[in-house]
Design a protein around this ligand. Structure first.
Ligand code: FE
Length: 206
Protein backbone atom coordinates (compact mmCIF):
# COMPACT_ATOMS: atom_id res chain seq x y z
CA UNK A 1 0.00 0.00 0.00
CA UNK A 2 1.27 3.48 -0.85
CA UNK A 3 1.22 5.37 2.47
CA UNK A 4 1.15 8.68 0.59
CA UNK A 5 -2.44 7.93 -0.51
CA UNK A 6 -3.61 7.96 3.11
CA UNK A 7 -1.82 11.28 3.65
CA UNK A 8 -3.63 12.73 0.59
CA UNK A 9 -7.04 12.35 2.24
CA UNK A 10 -8.51 15.75 3.11
CA UNK A 11 -9.21 16.15 6.83
CA UNK A 12 -9.80 18.84 9.37
CA UNK A 13 -7.68 19.02 12.51
CA UNK A 14 -8.99 19.16 16.03
CA UNK A 15 -8.05 19.02 19.70
CA UNK A 16 -10.20 16.32 21.28
CA UNK A 17 -10.57 16.85 25.03
CA UNK A 18 -11.96 14.65 27.75
CA UNK A 19 -12.09 14.62 31.51
CA UNK A 20 -13.18 12.38 34.34
CA UNK A 21 -12.82 12.38 38.11
CA UNK A 22 -10.66 15.51 38.23
CA UNK A 23 -8.35 14.37 35.43
CA UNK A 24 -8.28 16.14 32.06
CA UNK A 25 -6.45 15.54 28.83
CA UNK A 26 -6.53 16.27 25.12
CA UNK A 27 -5.03 15.01 21.89
CA UNK A 28 -4.80 16.03 18.24
CA UNK A 29 -7.12 14.17 15.87
CA UNK A 30 -8.09 14.47 12.21
CA UNK A 31 -11.05 12.13 12.45
CA UNK A 32 -14.02 14.27 13.52
CA UNK A 33 -16.92 14.54 11.09
CA UNK A 34 -20.52 15.66 11.21
CA UNK A 35 -22.29 12.38 10.54
CA UNK A 36 -25.90 13.64 10.71
CA UNK A 37 -27.68 16.98 11.06
CA UNK A 38 -31.08 16.02 12.41
CA UNK A 39 -30.23 15.30 15.11
CA UNK A 40 -26.70 16.77 15.04
CA UNK A 41 -24.39 13.80 15.40
CA UNK A 42 -20.59 13.88 15.35
CA UNK A 43 -18.30 10.89 15.05
CA UNK A 44 -14.67 10.88 16.17
CA UNK A 45 -12.25 8.03 16.08
CA UNK A 46 -9.35 7.99 18.50
CA UNK A 47 -6.44 5.64 19.09
CA UNK A 48 -6.82 3.05 21.82
CA UNK A 49 -3.37 4.18 23.07
CA UNK A 50 -4.80 7.60 23.83
CA UNK A 51 -5.36 8.63 27.44
CA UNK A 52 -8.11 11.01 26.23
CA UNK A 53 -9.92 7.94 24.82
CA UNK A 54 -9.92 6.40 28.32
CA UNK A 55 -11.35 9.57 29.88
CA UNK A 56 -14.12 9.75 27.24
CA UNK A 57 -15.10 6.12 27.83
CA UNK A 58 -15.39 6.90 31.54
CA UNK A 59 -17.31 10.18 31.36
CA UNK A 60 -19.23 9.57 28.07
CA UNK A 61 -18.62 13.14 26.88
CA UNK A 62 -15.97 15.13 25.03
CA UNK A 63 -15.19 18.47 23.40
CA UNK A 64 -13.77 19.12 19.95
CA UNK A 65 -11.85 22.37 19.41
CA UNK A 66 -11.54 23.11 15.69
CA UNK A 67 -7.96 24.10 14.84
CA UNK A 68 -7.57 27.13 12.57
CA UNK A 69 -4.91 28.36 10.17
CA UNK A 70 -3.24 30.47 12.88
CA UNK A 71 -2.68 27.50 15.19
CA UNK A 72 1.02 27.49 16.18
CA UNK A 73 3.20 24.39 15.80
CA UNK A 74 3.74 24.49 19.58
CA UNK A 75 0.05 23.70 20.04
CA UNK A 76 0.48 20.55 17.92
CA UNK A 77 3.55 19.59 19.95
CA UNK A 78 1.76 20.25 23.24
CA UNK A 79 -1.32 18.13 22.49
CA UNK A 80 0.08 15.78 19.86
CA UNK A 81 3.61 14.77 20.80
CA UNK A 82 3.31 13.80 24.46
CA UNK A 83 1.06 11.52 26.48
CA UNK A 84 -1.55 12.71 28.95
CA UNK A 85 -0.71 9.68 31.09
CA UNK A 86 2.63 11.14 32.09
CA UNK A 87 2.00 14.87 31.64
CA UNK A 88 -0.96 17.04 32.67
CA UNK A 89 -1.57 18.88 29.38
CA UNK A 90 -3.98 21.35 30.98
CA UNK A 91 -2.05 21.88 34.25
CA UNK A 92 -0.18 25.07 33.33
CA UNK A 93 -1.72 25.54 29.87
CA UNK A 94 -3.16 29.06 29.61
CA UNK A 95 -5.32 28.94 26.48
CA UNK A 96 -8.26 27.02 27.88
CA UNK A 97 -11.84 27.57 28.97
CA UNK A 98 -14.59 25.34 30.35
CA UNK A 99 -17.79 24.58 28.43
CA UNK A 100 -21.23 23.82 29.90
CA UNK A 101 -20.38 20.11 30.20
CA UNK A 102 -17.48 20.94 32.55
CA UNK A 103 -14.73 19.94 30.08
CA UNK A 104 -11.90 22.08 28.76
CA UNK A 105 -11.72 23.42 25.25
CA UNK A 106 -8.79 25.22 23.63
CA UNK A 107 -9.02 28.97 22.99
CA UNK A 108 -5.77 29.57 21.04
CA UNK A 109 -5.50 28.60 17.37
CA UNK A 110 -9.10 27.41 17.32
CA UNK A 111 -12.15 28.98 15.68
CA UNK A 112 -14.93 27.02 17.40
CA UNK A 113 -15.67 24.26 19.85
CA UNK A 114 -18.33 21.56 19.96
CA UNK A 115 -19.45 19.64 23.04
CA UNK A 116 -20.73 16.09 22.61
CA UNK A 117 -22.36 13.33 24.61
CA UNK A 118 -21.44 9.78 23.58
CA UNK A 119 -24.30 7.60 22.32
CA UNK A 120 -22.39 4.62 20.90
CA UNK A 121 -18.83 3.41 20.63
CA UNK A 122 -17.53 1.10 17.93
CA UNK A 123 -14.34 -0.96 18.16
CA UNK A 124 -12.31 -0.37 14.98
CA UNK A 125 -9.10 -2.24 15.82
CA UNK A 126 -6.42 0.38 16.48
CA UNK A 127 -9.10 3.02 17.15
CA UNK A 128 -12.43 3.43 18.90
CA UNK A 129 -15.14 5.42 17.13
CA UNK A 130 -17.49 7.48 19.28
CA UNK A 131 -20.90 8.39 17.88
CA UNK A 132 -22.12 11.40 19.85
CA UNK A 133 -24.87 13.99 20.07
CA UNK A 134 -23.94 17.67 19.96
CA UNK A 135 -24.90 19.43 23.20
CA UNK A 136 -23.21 22.83 22.67
CA UNK A 137 -21.39 24.57 19.82
CA UNK A 138 -19.80 28.02 19.83
CA UNK A 139 -17.75 30.12 17.44
CA UNK A 140 -14.48 31.53 18.81
CA UNK A 141 -13.08 33.40 15.77
CA UNK A 142 -13.50 33.82 12.01
CA UNK A 143 -10.06 32.40 11.12
CA UNK A 144 -10.48 29.62 8.52
CA UNK A 145 -10.25 26.03 9.77
CA UNK A 146 -6.92 24.27 9.19
CA UNK A 147 -6.95 21.19 6.98
CA UNK A 148 -4.42 18.38 7.38
CA UNK A 149 -2.77 19.46 4.10
CA UNK A 150 -2.62 23.11 5.31
CA UNK A 151 -0.79 21.86 8.42
CA UNK A 152 1.79 20.08 6.25
CA UNK A 153 2.22 23.05 3.90
CA UNK A 154 2.16 25.99 6.32
CA UNK A 155 2.28 25.08 10.02
CA UNK A 156 4.77 22.22 10.31
CA UNK A 157 8.34 23.66 10.23
CA UNK A 158 10.20 23.19 6.95
CA UNK A 159 13.10 20.80 7.17
CA UNK A 160 15.69 21.75 4.53
CA UNK A 161 18.12 19.02 3.56
CA UNK A 162 21.66 19.96 4.51
CA UNK A 163 23.97 20.94 1.64
CA UNK A 164 26.91 19.05 3.11
CA UNK A 165 26.31 15.67 4.64
CA UNK A 166 28.21 13.26 6.81
CA UNK A 167 27.62 10.48 4.30
CA UNK A 168 25.34 8.76 6.81
CA UNK A 169 21.70 7.88 6.21
CA UNK A 170 18.84 8.57 8.57
CA UNK A 171 15.07 8.88 8.59
CA UNK A 172 12.66 11.75 9.20
CA UNK A 173 9.04 11.57 10.33
CA UNK A 174 7.01 13.40 7.68
CA UNK A 175 4.26 14.16 10.23
CA UNK A 176 6.28 15.98 12.90
CA UNK A 177 9.88 16.17 11.67
CA UNK A 178 11.48 13.87 14.26
CA UNK A 179 14.84 12.53 12.97
CA UNK A 180 15.97 8.95 13.55
CA UNK A 181 19.73 9.12 13.06
CA UNK A 182 20.42 5.47 12.22
CA UNK A 183 20.59 3.96 8.71
CA UNK A 184 18.11 1.15 9.32
CA UNK A 185 14.63 2.04 10.53
CA UNK A 186 12.91 -0.94 12.23
CA UNK A 187 9.62 -1.87 10.50
CA UNK A 188 7.74 -1.63 13.81
CA UNK A 189 9.29 1.72 14.74
CA UNK A 190 6.91 4.28 16.27
CA UNK A 191 7.77 8.00 16.20
CA UNK A 192 8.52 9.04 19.82
CA UNK A 193 7.00 12.49 19.25
CA UNK A 194 3.80 11.95 17.27
CA UNK A 195 3.38 8.14 17.54
CA UNK A 196 3.06 7.63 13.78
CA UNK A 197 4.47 4.37 12.34
CA UNK A 198 7.60 3.66 10.28
CA UNK A 199 5.59 4.07 7.06
CA UNK A 200 5.43 7.82 7.80
CA UNK A 201 9.23 8.16 7.75
CA UNK A 202 11.26 9.24 4.72
CA UNK A 203 14.92 8.48 4.16
CA UNK A 204 17.39 11.37 4.25
CA UNK A 205 21.10 12.08 4.19
CA UNK A 206 22.50 13.27 7.53
FE1 FE B 1 6.46 12.01 14.22
Amino acid sequence: MDAQVMRDFVYGLFVLTGGHDGKNSGCIINTAIQASENPDIITVSVSKDSYTRELIQQSRKFNISILDEKAPFDLFKHFGFQSGRTFDKFGSYEHKAVSENGLYYVTEGTNAFISCEVDQEIDLGSHVMFVAYVTEAKTISDVPSASYSYYHAHIKPKFEDKKTTTGKKGWRCVICGYIYDQPDLPADYICPWCKHPASDFEELAL
